[in-house]
Write a protein that binds this ligand. Structure first.
Ligand code: GDP
Ligand code: MG
Length: 328
């Protein structure tokens, strides 16, 4: 680890927001130092309550997040928000809208807001999100809110990072069948029917409640359904209460087997992702490019090339070695 990075980590530990921003950028760009950074700050993590907010575009998630920030600030809590920009080319306006809406809090030194683009990042996104959440936690935020659009596998895997997952629905979303189709049903700890000022809110609430009632109650938690009007700041206190109740439930029903499983899964995920990232970097230098060229021209079959690389200790070592003298 170079001395500039050491210095940044020291500044981070002293609460320097610029250092936090720099470290997030390194992790977001999947710099080779990412793992070393997270290893260092790991002992400081585990304090924040991580809240995931997900649901269809336009449901009012960002409006709700903005309200939640104000509520948690009112309780004296330090709050961070990680907003994952949807990759859809049609969402540009909405993303800009998010930024504008959250500017209320930009000047508050106890609020940190960051957005992470999902464009073209593929599998790297959930890893970057996981590590950014760790940085926000280690920095001393009491609450870390992750906002994602509830579509796709990546978004679902990001919600895995949350202690409490809030699924936001709206009356005009049609019906609760949509939510179930998207797999959001299973991950919800709390349901929100936002835009409760609109017609049909009672019906979707009843549908969700029926659904919750029918499903097996795992560890004894039944997701409540909270009605809100985020734009008018109605029902948000009830949402804060429901989220708090879920947190209490989690701390009273700690499940050692589940926690062990979660740690095992995290370990396997980061191990395979790190191998993948190291190999991808190594393929750009050392002896791999030559083999790549032979594969590209059809001179060697890709399986022979792969086995040759992995069976050659020198080549394997190159693939797995840790190149860190790049960017900072
Ligand atoms: N009628 C109504 N509109 C709302 C409510 N909450 C948010 N909106 C509006 O819904 C639109 C989308 O909100 P936004 O927070 O950007 O949704 P997101 O895409 O889920 O983050 C905005 O124009 C909001 O002003 C609500 O409770 N009632
Ligand atoms: Mg939004």
């Amino acid at each position: 680890m170079n001395s500039r990075l050491e210095q940044r980590l020291e500044q981070f530990a002293k609460g320097d927001r610029n250092a936090l921003a720099r470290l997030i950028t390194l992790v977001e760009n999947r710099a080779p130092e990412s793992s070393a950074i997270i290893e260092r700050i790991y002992p400081m993590t585990g304090q924040a309550h991580v809240i995931g907010i997900t649901g269809p575009p336009g449901a009012g998630k960002s409006t709700l997040v903005n309200r939640l920030i104000a509520k948690y600030r009112g309780l004296g809590k330090k709050v961070a928000v990680l907003a994952i920009d949807p990759s859809s080319p049609f969402s540009g306006g909405a993303v800009l809208g998010d930024r504008v809406r959250m500017t209320d809090h930009y000047k508050d030194p106890s609020v940190y807001i960051r957005s992470l683009s999902s464009r073209g990042s593929h599998g790297g996104l959930s890893r970057a999100a996981r590590e950014i959440v760790k940085l926000l936690d280690a920095f001393g935020h009491d609450v870390v809110i992750i906002e994602t659009v509830g579509v796709g596998q990546t978004e679902l895997s990001i919600m895995d990072l949350a202690d409490t997952t809030v699924v936001v629905t709206v009356p005009e979303g049609g019906d609760s069948v949509q939510i179930m189709k998207a797999g959001l049903n299973e991950i919800a700890d709390v349901f929100v029917v936002n835009k409760a000022d609109r017609e049909g809110a009672d019906r979707i609430k009843a549908e969700l409640e029926l659904n919750v009632h029918l499903r097996p109650t795992g560890a004894g938690w039944r997701p409540p359904v909270v009605m809100t009007q985020a734009a008018a700041d109605v029902g948000v206190d009830a949402l804060v209460a429901a989220i708090g109740k879920h947190r209490d439930h989690l701390s009273q029903h700690r499940d050692a087997a589940r926690e062990a499983e979660r740690r095992r899964r995290e370990f396997v995920e980061i191990l395979t992702a790190e191998l993948d990232e190291r190999a991808a970097r190594a393929l750009k230098n050392g002896r791999a490019p030559e083999v790549m060229n032979q594969v590209a021209t059809g001179g060697i079959n890709p399986y022979s090339a792969m086995l040759r690389l992995l069976d050659d200790p020198m080549a394997l070592n190159e693939l797995l070695s840790h190149e860190t003298d790049s960017a900072d």
